[in-house]
Design a protein around this ligand. Structure first.
Ligand code: GDP
Length: 295
């Protein structure tokens, strides 16, 4: 995960990490390299610039040049700032409500259906909940089948209505079904398109208004870099979602999405997907991710 970024940051901080003398010049050089590493990782220009400015101010504020271990202090400042950039503290999901309704949003292929299954499995095993998965993609029968396959695999019931072309009604009926069958979690998987379009936005917005979920999650493929951030912005403008799920972090992702999304939409990354299997889900901890990035 983020191997390239880790290497580059490691190289940038290398001079300062040693115990040798450190000067204002090599701090400046280092920060230039840090900025380049962030840009190469697909972090938005403004965010990368702000990041290095903040690190510089903190370094000067803490008299980094005159401390005993200036290199270590610099690494710590960079690590703390990376943590802040990705959201500070980990944020859980809101499990209030009977049932708790969780709405999944995002583009087709982002990993919504897979993540819906992973989340149901996670809540079932870790939080002893009884989830219901809801298939609301009326355009692609294959997507409904896919959710049924996932449900079978993890032993979670899947609600779908063959022939019903109204996703709002399906989601409302699913909640009724959940109430009368003792499900305390309802995870609604919605249709996605390959690109943002008005029809899809209206549809998800109507579902959102009708079912008033406790938690609306935006699922995004981390491999899509700056596009991920732009899509997040569009979905957030419409849905004011509660959190982000970054999928495919097991792939060769450059890390830009993980580093930029929080600053752009001001919503926390709550979960990450790290593989195709149902167990490949992790709660997102910004400090652990910063540790991983800096090695
Ligand atoms: P949806 O169209 O948003 O519902 O996306 P899917 O759940 O169908 O996922 C699209 C593809 O990405 C599938 O082949 C999934 O197996 C794959 N996928 C989903 N999440 C992950 C992940 O975290 N890691 C990897 N490597 N593949 C994933």
């Amino acid at each position: 995960m983020f191997n390239n970024l880790s290497d580059k940051l490691d190289k940038a901080l290398h001079v300062l990490k040693g115990h040798g003398s450190i000067t204002e010049v090599n701090v400046a050089e280092t920060l230039k390299e840090v900025r380049r590493a962030l840009l190469d990782a697909d972090v938005n220009f403004k965010i990368a610039k702000q990041f290095t400015t903040t690190v510089k101010e903190k370094a000067l504020g803490q008299n980094v040049l005159t401390t005993l271990q200036p290199g270590q202090l610099m690494v710590k400042i960079v690590k703390d700032e990376l943590t802040q950039l990705m959201g500070g503290d980990a944020e859980g999901i809101n499990l209030s409500g009977t049932p708790t309704v969780i709405l999944m949003s995002g583009l087709q292929g982002s990993g919504k259906t897979t993540f819906s299954g992973k989340l149901a499995n996670y809540l079932k095993t870790k939080k002893t909940k009884k989830p219901l998965l809801v298939a609301c993609d009326i355009y692609r029968p294959a997507a409904i089948n896919q959710l049924h396959v996932v449900g079978e695999q993890i032993g979670v019931e899947v609600y779908s209505e063959e022939g019903n072309q109204d996703p709002v009604a399906i989601s409302q009926n699913a909640i009724k079904h959940a109430k009368s069958n003792g499900h305390n979690i309802v995870i609604v998987d919605t249709a996605g398109r390959l690109a943002v379009d008005e029809e899809m936005m209206n549809e998800i917005s109507n579902i959102h208004k009708a079912i008033q979920p406790q938690e609306t999650l935006f699922v995004v493929d981390s491999m899509t870099g700056q596009d991920a951030v732009n899509t997040a912005k569009t979905f957030n403008d419409i849905l004011n979602f509660d959190g982000v799920v970054l999928t495919k972090l097991d792939g060769d992702t450059r890390g830009g999405a993980a580093l930029s999304i929080k600053s752009v939409v001001n919503k926390p990354i709550k979960f990450i997907g790290t593989g195709e299997k149902m167990e490949a889900i992790d709660v997102f901890y910004p400090d652990r991710m910063a540790d991983r990035i800096l090695g």
